[in-house]
Design a protein around this ligand. Structure first.
Ligand SMILES: Nc1ncnc2c1ncn2[C@@H]1O[C@H](COP(=O)(O)OP(=O)(O)OP(=O)(O)O)[C@@H](O)[C@H]1O
Length: 239
């Protein structure tokens, strides 16, 4: 499986948010790091077919991003995910399963499996409005996994989580990168330590570094070197 991104660009009226990004991703966990405004969300939304690029190409095993088969391979957790507070966790997954076109029995079976995987079985019948931030994020991951995605895109999945929830979340993400391409954006460097196979650094719309995480002994130091003051002032390197 291969996601090929060629010279991908997005020009907003007054901002070149993504500037000729080229990447080839195979299964594994990719940590996309960059300061606020680097272009991470714009890049991810193009990979999910939500935003149209102004230049370049995206293909997953030869499928274009506009094709239905591409969408069927995709799981996405957006940054600003809406959770329907009056639903229970399991109702929410059934509903999202229906939206994805899963037959009812299959959606229910998959929802049960996923609630188990993300540690929400006990809370499955509780209303989402009673969930903590971490529980909501885990439910968000569960919905992204409904269709057994080959490509999983998680935009700032640890935003707003407390340290304990972060650790749990890292464990969950780490278990997903065996067969899928998992792209995780964050500006919290420590969230990627120990789970990312490859680190991608994004700055001003460009990928300024791509390499195995194992080659970087001190990810925070590496990040600070790449971004300098910008990284520090973003308050983005704290553990
Ligand atoms: N709809 C839009 N119209 C114009 N400019 C935009 C739009 N969306 C984003 N931008 C600008 O494009 C740049 C990249 O934004 P983007 O949200 O992709 O960055 P990011 O790395 O995801 O940052 P953050 O971590 O803050 O979400 C920023 O300068 C932003 O202000």
């Amino acid at each position: 499986m291969e996601l090929v991104i060629r010279a991908l660009s997005k020009q907003y009226p007054h901002k070149l948010a993504v500037d000729r990004v080229s990447l080839t991703l195979t299964p594994g966990i990719y940590g996309l790091l960059g300061a606020n405004g680097a272009g991470k969300t714009t890049l991810m939304r193009m990979l999910c077919g939500i935003l149209h690029p102004t230049g370049g190409e995206i293909s997953l095993d030869g499928l274009g991003v506009a094709q239905e088969e591409y969408r069927a391979c995709l799981g996405y957790l957006p940054q600003d995910f809406g959770y329907y507070p009056g639903f229970t966790g399991e109702e929410f997954l059934w509903y999202m399963g229906a939206l994805k076109g899963l037959p009812k029995a299959q959606a229910r079976r998959r929802a049960k499996e996923l609630l188990e995987l993300v540690g929400l079985s006990q809370a499955a019948k509780g209303k989402i409005k009673t969930y903590s931030g971490g529980m909501k994020q885990r439910l968000g991951i569960a919905q992204a996994l409904l269709g057994h995605p080959k490509l999983l895109v998680l935009d700032e999945p640890t935003a707003g989580l407390d340290p304990k929830e972060r650790v749990r979340f890292r464990g969950l993400i780490a278990s997903l990168g065996k067969q899928s391409i998992v792209l995780v954006s964050t500006h919290i460097v420590s969230d990627l330590a120990h789970i990312a196979d490859v680190i991608l650094l994004m700055k001003d719309g460009r990928i300024i570094h791509q390499g195995p995480a194992s080659e970087i002994a001190d990810l925070e130091g590496f990040y600070l070197e790449a971004f300098g003051e910008e990284g520090e002032h973003g308050g983005t390197v704290s553990l």
